[in-house]
Design a protein around this ligand. Structure first.
Ligand SMILES: C[S@@+](CC[C@H](N)C(=O)[O-])C[C@H]1O[C@@H](n2cnc3c(N)ncnc32)[C@H](O)[C@@H]1O
Length: 218
């Protein structure tokens, strides 16, 4: 692991125990959880399908996908995030596999997936363009890439500075839909963007920065 990756893993390990306190992370409120479940249903084929949740964090979206009957594998760089995700799915009595690993090369060998989902991760990748190419290669023909992204006012957890060297990350602070579309379009067969800023249920309140999902089919 590079020094940068080790610092990033350490940051998220430290954030893991309180990560779910944010409404859009823990999805504790019914209306927030239902809003995400509804969106996931619209993005993911009716199952069960094989889904790779990259940068899965505490597994909140993995849980919704497993509840919908999908076969979910979550990957995250931070071991404590992975622990939280395992615990969350175990408490719900749902099967899912969680692995510690780098999004740049998810540790799933030759396996191919029907859907690769990633929420709020690409802004912190050292080489996001190479990682996106790798992700497309992990999909089965006809598979879908679902990226939930945005451009935020702050990077990382509010109030806590992000890792030293974050300014060197190419997409630090997030990436807008037009810029991400330009990178993904050459890799996929078709692509659409759904704006998400207007749905306050998703975020636990109104937001005024750019948030969206990019859904692509290969
Ligand atoms: C903002 S959180 C999002 C978590 C989850 N996707 C969600 O939406 O609730 C970013 C997550 O990406 C993970 N992460 C950061 N860099 C990573 C990398 N290179 N590979 C895998 N996971 C990474 C962090 O540990 C953290 O769990």
């Amino acid at each position: 692991m590079s020094n940068d990756s080790a610092a990033i893993a350490e940051y998220w390990d430290a954030a893991a125990s309180s990560f779910d306190d944010e409404p859009d992370h823990g999805l504790r409120a019914d209306h927030t959880r239902l809003a995400w479940a509804r969106l996931l249903r619209s993005w993911v084929p009716s199952g069960p399908v094989d889904i790779l949740d990259v940068g899965c964090g505490t597994g909140s979206l993995s849980l919704l996908l497993a509840q919908a009957g999908h076969r979910v594998t979550g990957v995250d760089l931070a071991p404590r995030m992975v622990e939280q995700a395992r615990e969350k799915l175990a408490d719900a009595g749902l099967p899912a596999r969680f692995l510690v690993g780098d999004a740049a090369s998810p540790p799933t060998g030759e396996e191919r997936f029907d859907v690769l989902l990633s929420r709020h991760l690409v802004w912190t990748l050292p080489d996001p363009e190479a990682t996106l190419r790798e992700w497309v290669g992990r999909l089965r023909p006809g598979g879908s890439l679902v990226l939930v992204e945005g451009r935020w006012r702050e990077s990382g957890q509010s109030g806590v500075p992000y890792v030293a060297g974050a300014e060197r990350l190419p997409w630090t602070g997030g990436i807008g839909a037009d810029a991400l579309t330009a990178v993904v379009r050459p890799l996929v067969a078709d692509l659409r963007v759904e704006p998400l800023s207007g749905d306050r249920d998703l975020w636990g309140g109104p937001v005024d920065d750019e948030r969206y999902a990019l859904i692509a089919r290969i």
